[in-house]
Design a protein around this ligand. Sequence first.
Ligand code: LLP
Length: 431
Amino acid sequence: MDWFDYRDGQLFCEDVNVDELAARVGTPLYLYSQRTLEHHYDALNRAFAPLNPLLCYSIKSCGNINLIRLLANRGAGMDIVSGGELYRAQQAGVPTNKIVYAGVGKTDSEIVDALEAGIHSFNIESEAEFENIAAIAAATGATGRAMLRVNPDVADPNTHAKTTTGARETKFGVDIDRAVRFFERYSAHQHLKLTGIHLHIGSPIYSPEPYVRAIRRALVLIDDLRSRGSTIDTLNIGGGYAADYESGASPTYEDYAAAIVPLLQDQNLSIIMEPGRTISGNAGILITRVQYIKTGGTKIFVIVDAGMHHLVRPAMYDAFHFIWPTHVVPDHVPAQRSADMPNQGLDAVEVVGPICETGDVLAAHRALPPVARGDLLAVYTAGAYGMTMVSNYNAMPRPAEVLVSSDRATLIRRRETYDDLVAPERDPADV
Ligand code: LLP
């Protein structure tokens, strides 16, 4: 569900004409629909309302402080993985007691900042990390809360190898069979209270079933821990809920909730969720302009001004993003966004970026209506892990970001300049 629609062959973001906007702001451009973002947050919240969860939006999926602020205003907490994300959350005015902090490599200074901020909890990834955070808390006189991230050993066969995390041999969390010993060793700590379990099994997870398996295992563990005298008051069930990369591709929130809610009702647990892409994914598109069209052997290359430096997902995970011109004849208005759209007599092309890498491909062998130099293409479902994974490779400035609400468009991040690229290098200093 989103508010990117064609009117008489012209793409609109809510009530804003995308071509007119791109003429004003330039390309490449990340464009977000506020209504779409808020719709997904609200709908997920409604579906899981029986559990009254704390929804901690995963900042790594799309971290512009103006978007974070919108979600915080609706009551969202945040899932962070670095001091930089903590800073973003604070700049957006997120209440720090709604922030949960995951990640395998938290540094001492990041830990000090998070303890000082009074975050909700640390998701603990190893024995060594627990001991370090506890020692820092004791030394600074702070107290913190901790959830042990366990590996339930459920691998989702549909998740790309680079984004699966629930299997036994990953760098994340500790094996579930080490958990009892972990609690025996650490649950009496005065400065770091270990009172919960954290799961995150990968992303995206295209069916409720892996969650069910993981949560069942966690509940068995929680029973065991409670019977041994530990206080377990919280279960964080992580993120990974899918976005619609193709029309109707992901389960509905009601589907996920129907499987998950009954397991967790009446367990006397506070529930935390860490959704990222399911909220931000469909709320953003990447607008890029066609620079050149050329042939190479039998292939037709459409060369655009965005590439793997602006959206790395196709190059990194072979991810599918639907791509379509923003202005088309009525016959070419797409009825749905899908990989196997009936080819309406359209040529298959390679949509590639300007980067000097053969792998700089946004779409391979993709049917596209005829396009010419200067036309705009929209790359859909680019809101999650789009802008946050942008790089400056080939000394390309980062794109601008625009937020649309009804007929109003707001520049929420200006396009980087060449000066932004070299500014940190200007004043070499002895060290
Ligand atoms: N919680 C934890 C502990 C995570 O590691 C992640 C994502 C999330 C929550 C949010 O997952 P989401 O709901 O957004 O799926 N760059 C990859 C995805 C990497 C995910 C990393 N962790 C991609 O573009 O597909």
